[in-house]
Design a protein around this ligand. Structure first.
Ligand code: ADP
Ligand code: MG
Length: 595
């Protein structure tokens, strides 16, 4: 039995290298009398801080930004103005700086809801450029080109913090942030973020609202950049527009990518390499641009996951996992809990959907009775997937209505249906490829997990207990789908058939009241097929409506209560399996017999 994450000894073992690193950084200024070392270490620490915020935003949520430097400027200037011109203390100014940067970061996020990530990169780059000219324009406030000087050191009562104290403050903030990011990444929130990054439609289908997730990510990125700016202001004692060039903005994205996006250590490695190393190798200063350009190219070709990613791969290769422990058995207990409520019925009234000239669905009237297995069959391109997309709201129909359990959901977003108990298995598996099998199954629990952001970040006992219980449930479900003992493996490493089973396990984890399955049998072996049939019947018997899109006629005949046949977007017939499948028109649809 593999260890469920969160056990104390595991946590200590994982934390050990980090603690060693932080301790080394903390004693650095004591060992070396050289003040420049302390100075550089503090700057590096601030960069790690900003990089870690961007890692949460870009690495884990997939929201690219070239504007982090501008948000650091916002934080630094806010702090500088409040402290130098208005005699605020650092402790009062820093939270305001964070709040202003969160606001600015959120503003930058607005285009993210409409644009693809590379356009967002351009928008954020534009924002960074605009911010710099604003700094110069608003001379009265910002001091124009000469900037703000005379920013005092933070003080605790009568005691003013020295250069070393600021380094320790920066280290302490970094440790807190890293713990927070680790906690988020391992939680419901983090799984939602990664779902938005890896498969937005799947994210919606498990109840994640992508817009809210992106907003949260940008707010986190903005907040950490603002905090970094506040620390930078008191570290330097002055802020000028020259501190916030375009290079500075781009630096953070490079630091995250080079170090390893979506890895906690990524920003640390990136900062050491991109900032600390060149500062120490001053003799090479002239060549720096060339060396880094070349290093970037080599890295992107040979280690696209950054240095931390390459290291992980090396380690994984060394401790090769050996043969899988168990395969999909024949009498597997299904360990899904009971559905979250009564089974849901669906009614489609005159539903139409076209893609350009292709009429994928034409005037579909269909009733899916609660508690049944309702199969949808038909040749390729007949509109089956489109039908599931309309029911689950991933697509908006052109006309007609969709009624879910007496409620008109014709305009509801997909994530709301997920919260009402609709789950989905996709035709091509959509998974968190870089995450463990356990995390993939846990994602299915998203709509029923209670712990939100605050409870997670504060590590409240009940939230941690919930997490541990769900993890056990996920492990049982994995075992029930022939993946026992493999909870820690990476989803992307599974063969196709098992990825499919993993999707089914994720859907079961939702304890759905309506389960939409798109060709779950494709690519399964006969033995697996048999198990799948039993599984589908068990899901129905537990009180879940199942809509099964399937080519495999034997499977359909053995599990379906009702079969609906589609052809070129039209409903051909609908009825009990023997009747519907024996219908002359259906034989014609499948065998292409002349009319
Ligand atoms: P099935 O699942 O039965 O194979 P689909 O519902 O995927 O069929 O597709 C029905 C028709 O709609 C096909 O002709 C397909 O090419 C078209 N179609 C489906 N989705 C899209 C889309 N997003 N854009 C354009 N055409 C689409
Ligand atoms: Mg399809």
């Amino acid at each position: 039995m593999s260890e469920v994450r969160g056990t104390r000894s595991g946590a200590v073992r994982r934390a050990a290298p980090w603690l060693a690193f932080v301790a080394a950084a903390a004693v650095l200024p004591l060992l070396s009398g050289d003040p420049t070392i302390t100075y550089l270490a503090t700057t590096a620490g601030i960069y790690v801080l900003v990089g870690t915020g961007l890692n949460l935003m870009f690495g884990y949520t997939g929201q690219v930004s070239l504007g982090q430097g501008a948000l650091v400027a916002v934080g630094a200037y806010t702090t500088g103005i409040l402290m130098a011109d208005h005699d605020w203390t650092f402790w009062a100014a820093a939270p305001v700086a964070v709040a202003v940067a969160v606001g600015a970061g959120t503003l930058m996020a607005l285009p993210a809801f409409r644009l693809s990530s590379w356009y967002i990169a351009l928008v954020t780059l534009g924002a960074a450029m605009a911010a710099r000219s604003l700094l110069v324009e608003f001379e009265g406030l910002t001091g124009g080109w000469s900037g703000l000087t005379g920013i005092p050191r933070p003080a605790l009562g009568p005691w003013e913090l020295g250069e070393r104290d600021i380094l320790w403050l920066v280290l302490a903030v970094n440790v807190m942030l890293l713990v927070m990011v680790r906690t988020i990444v391992d939680s419901r929130l983090g799984r939602g973020m990664m779902a938005v990054r890896d498969a937005p439609e799947m994210a919606q289908s498990v109840g994640v609202a992508p817009a809210r997730m992106k907003l949260f990510a940008f707010a986190c990125g903005g907040g950490t950049a603002g905090l970094g700016g506040a620390l930078l202001a008191v570290h330097h004692g002055l802020v000028t527009p020259d501190d916030f060039t375009l290079d500075f903005s781009i630096l953070f994205l490079l630091v995250v990518i080079i170090g390893g996006a979506a890895r906690l250590a990524g920003p640390i490695i990136g900062t050491l390499l991109f900032f600390a190393l060149p500062e120490l190798l001053t003799g090479l200063a002239e060549w720096r641009g060339l060396i880094y350009g070349a290093a970037l190219l080599v890295l992107m070709v040979y280690a696209p996951q950054g240095i931390a990613g390459a290291w992980e791969r090396l380690r994984a290769r060394r401790q090769d996992s050996g043969p899988p422990s168990e395969t999909f058995g024949t009498d597997i207990p299904v360990e899904a809990g009971p559905p979250r409520g009564k089974p849901l019925g669906v009614e489609l009234i005159g539903v139409r959907k076209s893609f350009g000239g292709v009429r994928a669905l034409q005037e579909i009237d269909l009733t899916i009775e609660p508690g049944t297995v309702h199969a949808i069959v038909g040749p390729n391109g007949s509109g089956k997937t489109t039908l599931l997309n309309v029911i689950s709201r991933l697509l908006r129909q052109d006309g007609g209505r969709v009624i879910l359990d007496a409620e008109d959901v014709s305009r509801a977003p997909a994530e709301r249906l997920a919260r009402r108990g609709v789950a989905r298995v996709f035709q091509t598996p959509r998974l968190l490829g870089a995450s463990s099998l356990r995390d993939n199954v846990l994602l299915g629990a998203y709509p029923r997990e209670r712990a939100g952001g605050p409870a997670t970040v504060l590590r409240l006992p009940w939230a941690r207990r919930e997490q541990a219980e769900l993890a056990q449930e996920a492990d049982r479900l994995l075992a029930g789908h022939g993946l026992a003992g493999r909870a820690e493996e990476q989803a992307a490493s599974l063969p196709h058939g098992e990825q499919r089973l993993l999707e089914v396990a994720r859907a079961s984890m939702a304890r759905p009241r309506l389960l939409l399955m798109d060709e779950p049998a494709a690519g399964l072996t006969p033995r697996e097929l048999e198990s799948l049939g039993r599984l589908i019947r068990a899901i129905r018997d537990s009180g879940t409506t199942v809509v099964l899109v399937e080519h495999h006629i034997e499977l359909v005949a053995s599990v379906a209560d009702v079969v609906t046949v589609l052809d070129r977007g039209r409903l051909v017939t609908s009825g009990p399996p023997q009747e519907a499948l024996g219908d002359a028109r259906v034989v014609e649809v499948y065998l292409g017999a002349p009319a």
